[in-house]
Structures are given as C-alpha cells and as structure tokens.
Design a protein around this ligand. Structure first.
Ligand code: E4P
Length: 217
C-alpha cells in the first residue's frame, strides 16, 4: 500500500520524505490556505521533495476553466496529479486529461457509484473521504470495501486512495481491504511508528545496557 501525506506543509513533507516511506502528497485548497503560501510556488516546492504524485486541485467548477487551470498545474512538474471534484464537469476534465496522459485524482467521493463513474472516466486515483463519512454517521470503511469489490469485478485500474483519514485504525482497515493508497495528515502517519511497548522496550534495553558499562565502537 502506498503512503501519501495530506498536507501542504513543506517541512512536514521533507521530514516524512527522509524516512524513505513517502510515496506522494495530496493537497486541497483548504490545506493551501493553511500553509499560507502561493499555490503554484508551494506545489513546485512539494514536487521537488517527492518523486511521487503530488495532487493539486483545480478550483473552477466548469469544464473549460478546469482545463485551463489544469494546463497551468500540469506544467509545474511531471509528477503533478491534477485533482478534480466528482462532478459532471470534473469527470469530463478527468477523461480529457487522462486521455492525454496526465494523472488525475478525483476527489470528494462519498458513494461507490460515484467511484464507478470516476473509473469509467479513466481516473488515476479515486479519493473516497472516510473520515467525513464517519463524522456524518455513515460507515466510511464500508465505502472502501464496496469500491474494492466493484473495481475488482471489472478490473478497473483506478487506484483507491483512501482520504480524510483520521487515525491509525483507518489505515489498518484500508490495508486489510486492499486499498491501493492512503493519504493522511503528518501526525497520523507519525503516530503509526509509535507503540507504548516499543518505547518501554527501548527504555528497558538501554537501562540494562548501561549496567554492562560497554559501548559499541
Ligand atoms: C484528500 O485528498 C483530502 O485532501 C483530505 O483527505 C480531506 O480530509 P479532511 O476531511 O480531513 O479535510
């Protein structure tokens, strides 16, 4: 399973990229606003921090303007993945861009039938938002299960990118279902490295090691 980080904070991205475990980055207009930097400049910066796909979202709602914005975004770097909303115009844009070989991430997916449409439109990634579904009383992970089943039924190659991840359980469930990618905030990814027994184990080993009076090298 690929790990993308969901942020436009370049310090966090650089930090995670240094682990060698980062496969890509997703941003959205809210994350760009939070970063407080120029959109095109920060996307260019992020594209240098990872060789993987970097999702940059259009903000137009109509197909012709989405295409104009996508044209600007995809020129930033080869690893830019244009992000479009799951609307009729978004999917028209998806079809046009993927036919030309540009990666497209279809975002704001909340139903398996929407995911089916995105696959038919040739999406590179579909982003179902599990956290926002859970927040609203739905079962986010059930959606991932349904999309996996549908895509496997028809051998669609669109990758399931589990988005709006809130915790490590979402990551675990995504992996068990066989999602292709997860995107999560830096704190959630960093939390995956941690376990109280790992910390306790290190503490115990170091205490015993100190008693030996030895050093390595
Ligand atoms: C995905 O690409 C989105 O940027 C993101 O996962 C949205 O998550 P949120 O519900 O935490 O805003």
């Amino acid at each position: 399973m690929k790990f993308f980080v969901d942020t436009a904070d370049t310090a966090d991205i650089a930090d995670l990229a240094a682990t060698g475990l980062l496969d890509g980055v997703t941003t959205n207009p809210s994350l760009i606003a939070k970063a407080g930097k120029n959109f095109l400049e920060v996307v260019a910066e992020i594209c240098k921090l990872t060789a993987g796909p970097v999702s940059a979202e259009v903000v137009a709602l109509d197909h012709p303007t989405m295409m104009k914005e996508a044209e600007i975004l995809r020129k930033i770097a080869d690893n830019v993945c244009v992000k479009v909303p799951l609307t009729i115009d978004g999917l028209k844009t998806c079809k046009a861009l993927t036919s030309e070989g540009t990666m497209v991430n279809v975002t704001l997916c909340f139903a398996a039938t929407q995911a089916l449409l995105a696959a038919k439109a040739g999406a590179t990634f579909i982003s179902p938002f599990v956290g926002r579904l859970d927040d609203n009383g739905y079962d986010g992970m059930q959606l991932i299960d349904d999309i996996r089943l549908i895509y496997d039924n028809y051998d669609y190659t669109t990758e399931i990118l589990v988005a709006s991840i809130r915790n490590g359980m979402h990551v675990l469930e995504a992996a068990k279902i066989g999602a292709d990618v997860i995107t999560a905030p830096p704190a959630v990814i960093k939390g995956l490295f941690k376990h109280v027994l790992t910390d306790k184990g290190i503490e115990g080993f170091l205490a015993d090691w100190a008693k030996t009076g030895q050093s390595i090298g």
